[in-house]
Design a protein around this ligand. Structure first.
Ligand code: ZN
Length: 324
């Protein structure tokens, strides 16, 4: 779905607003993105791919421990959801909360793309990596999954103790009254407001889908958005965006999950955002083993007991076959 490209250079500040207010939207439009940071790896990963022996070593480190898993976009790439930060990711600019709230044109553009993207993301299914973590939980090895993804694939795979750190794409919240509705309920309204739009966009060809159900489409000026049925307020995906904080209660639950475990397994995340990195720091501070499975370098590499340059499906299946 993405073409290989160099590691993205992440802008040092939130991208400027790009209101799609003119009829001919430029072909390169900043794609809305969820929580982002200014961190980018300053060096390439020169480690060879992990061997069977490396994977066995990871299993030995985790054996006998109660393991909390921390996952990111890399675990969902095998489900067809592109990783916007991985080695193959195309450069992206994050959408900011301020853009979304401050610009009706930006919101219209965002919801039009989300309308298309949601239908695609909603059809994705868990892969071997998600299933392995669910199996490890059922086996009593994994005590919980903290995910930075908003795709709900851990829950669909059967994981029970899931903390969706950044929210998930299947809920929508009113910014005025706080009312939460399902994305499916909003879909019915958007379909009624925009007859034929979905078909028109789908016919245009291969739609590129992002982890937060954003789709890269350009002609969105005639899209009609929906507002809160209770108060007329602005509706927003119930996702933590750049410029927003993870709700305190959720942060506390994530720390509690780390404190409750005695080892941490980070999988498919570059740990670029603090919301994930600080959990790894917490585990390392307390002397708990930390295993990182990721293609490419991560911001938490120096905290790791063992780092594996490996895909999550392969590595987690390997661990599930050897643990407990
Ligand atoms: Zn409302």
């Amino acid at each position: 779905m993405t073409t290989p490209s160099p590691l993205p250079s992440v802008p040092a500040a939130p991208a400027p607003a790009a209101p799609p207010s003119t009829p001919s939207t430029p072909s390169v439009t900043p794609a809305p993105r969820t929580l982002h940071s200014t961190w980018a790896p300053s060096y390439a990963d020169r480690r060879p791919p992990a061997t069977e022996a490396d994977l066995d070593a990871a299993a030995e480190i985790l054996r006998g421990h109660r393991v909390v898993a921390l996952t990111g976009a890399g675990i969902s790439t095998d489900s067809g959801i592109p990783d916007y930060r991985g080695p193959d990711a195309a450069p992206r600019s994050p959408m900011t909360y301020q853009q979304f709230v401050g610009d009706p044109g930006f919101r219209r553009h965002y919801w039009a793309r989300n309308h298309v993207g949601w239908h695609h993301v909603n059809e994705t299914t868990p892969n071997a990596g998600h299933r392995a973590l669910a199996a490890l939980e059922h086996a009593g090895v994994v005590t919980g999954v903290i995910t930075q993804n908003v795709d709900r694939l851990h829950t669909l795979a059967g994981s029970r103790a899931v903390i969706d750190l950044h929210g998930h794409y299947n809920e929508v919240v009113c910014l005025s009254c706080g009312h939460v509705i399902s994305r499916a309920a909003l879909d019915e309204r958007l379909l009624a407001l925009n007859p034929g739009f979905l078909e028109e966009m789908t016919e245009l060809g291969d739609v590129e889908i992002a982890p937060d159900a954003d789709a890269v489409i350009e002609q969105t000026n005639h899209f009609r958005t929906a507002s809160c049925e209770r108060c007329g307020g602005i509706l927003k995906p119930h996702i933590v965006y750049f410029g927003e904080n993870v709700p305190k209660e959720r942060v506390a639950r994530a720390y509690a999950a780390v404190d409750d475990a005695d080892a941490l397994l980070a999988a498919g995340t570059s740990l670029a955002v603090q919301s994930g990195l600080r959990l790894v720091k917490r585990a390392a501070r307390d002397g708990k083993p930390v295993v990182i499975v990721n293609r490419g370098v991560t911001r938490g590499d120096e905290l790791a007991t063992l780092r594996l340059n490996a895909g999550t499906s392969q590595a987690l299946e390997h661990l599930a076959a050897r643990l407990p």
